[in-house]
Design a protein around this ligand. Structure first.
Ligand code: HEC
Ligand code: HEC
Length: 258
């Protein structure tokens, strides 16, 4: 009788209990995500589908950048929950503009794993931008912390007529030697004395394309606001003319090896 009871116990109590435990385990890991996705607008829901098709493999189901693929990347995907963005035209502490996010999706971030989605229809890209904002809903609903300070630098950019002139390139070279060689190296190849100690490698500025975008204005933007959350500092304290001199010099470095 002792043996029978034991078998019955296993059949009628232990197995069902194990089964229930398994079910509970599966469902208990879902509520956080389910709660967040329950109240999505139609556009955000459309964006969730785009995200799960194109972005989830690198940026992770929860948008925190914790994906299997990311373990192999040197440039880590951002954590969308913090709403801190690196590739944007607004100063440190500000949210990016929608145009900034669209720019990243269209152009990609060359020299990093982030690809270009130029061929994906505009409406889908707008939807996925709406969706990634749901990862930090409160911050996006509050908006820019300081609307005056947080304006996009693109608004006021004016490329000088003598951009790329020998005088500007020479001035840029001088400023480069003072401000940039420690990280980017004497020849701009990303091999300065500080390079190995940085969490993100400095960009090889002689490479003919920029992650920030194809135009001199895009490089000017990086110099003005820096790249938040990376070692690349802002040089907004240099005069506008000096920043254009630096951009002229970088354009010269890029064309030298073409
Ligand atoms: C192959 C992997 C991969 C895929 C696919 C991918 N990303 Fe990325 N993404 C990255 C990495 C890595 C970075 C960080 C690059 C860096 O800053 O050096 C990044 C950066 C970004 C940034 C800029 C973050 C910042 O700090 O400014 C945005 C926005 C972004 N991704 C959105 C998306 C969206 C939306 C999709 C899908 C449509 C997507 N990504 C698909 C890997 C990927
Ligand atoms: C303390 C180190 C450091 C200093 C100093 C520094 N940089 Fe950088 N810079 C970096 C790093 C690191 C990156 C790459 C950031 C990333 O990928 O997230 C970078 C990125 C850039 C980019 C973006 C490239 C692209 O592909 O869009 C430009 C342009 C740039 N630096 C120019 C300069 C110039 C010009 C100076 C001097 C006026 C300078 N940097 C000074 C570390 C530095």
């Amino acid at each position: 009788m002792g043996e029978n009871t034991a078998i019955r116990w296993v059949l009628f109590f232990f197995f069902p209990a194990l089964f229930l435990y398994g079910l509970l385990h599966i469902y208990s890991s879902k509520p956080a995500q389910a709660k967040r996705t329950a109240n999505l607008t139609a556009e955000e829901e459309a964006g969730r589908k785009v995200y799960n098709k194109f972005c989830v493999g690198c940026h992770g189901v929860n948008g925190d950048g914790q994906s299997e693929a990311a373990k192999f990347f040197k440039d880590k995907p951002p954590n969308f929950h913090t709403a801190v963005f690196r590739w944007k035209s607004t100063p440190e502490g500000c949210l990016p503009t929608d145009e900034d996010l669209m720019h990243v999706l269209n152009w990609g971030l060359l020299q990093t794993p982030m690809p270009s989605f130029k061929l994906v229809p505009e409406i889908q890209k707008k939807a996925v931008i709406a969706y990634i904002k749901t990862f930090a809903k409160e911050k996006w609903e509050k908006g820019q912390p300081d609307p005056e300070k947080c304006q996009s630098v693109y608004k006021n950019i004016k490329k000088p007529k003598d951009f790329g002139s020998p005088e500007l390139v020479a001035r840029g070279k001088e400023l480069y030697a003072q401000n940039c060689t420690a990280c980017h190296g004497e020849q701009g190849m990303g091999d300065g004395p500080l390079a190995m100690s940085l969490p993100v490698p400095p960009t090889d500025l002689t490479y003919p394309v920029r992650a920030a975008g194809p135009k001199p204005e895009d490089t000017f933007r990086v110099l003005t606001v820096g790249l938040e959350g990376s070692p690349m500092p802002a040089f907004g304290h240099l005069s506008e003319r000096d920043r254009w001199a630096l951009v002229s010099y970088i354009a010269y470095l890029m064309n030298k090896n073409k």
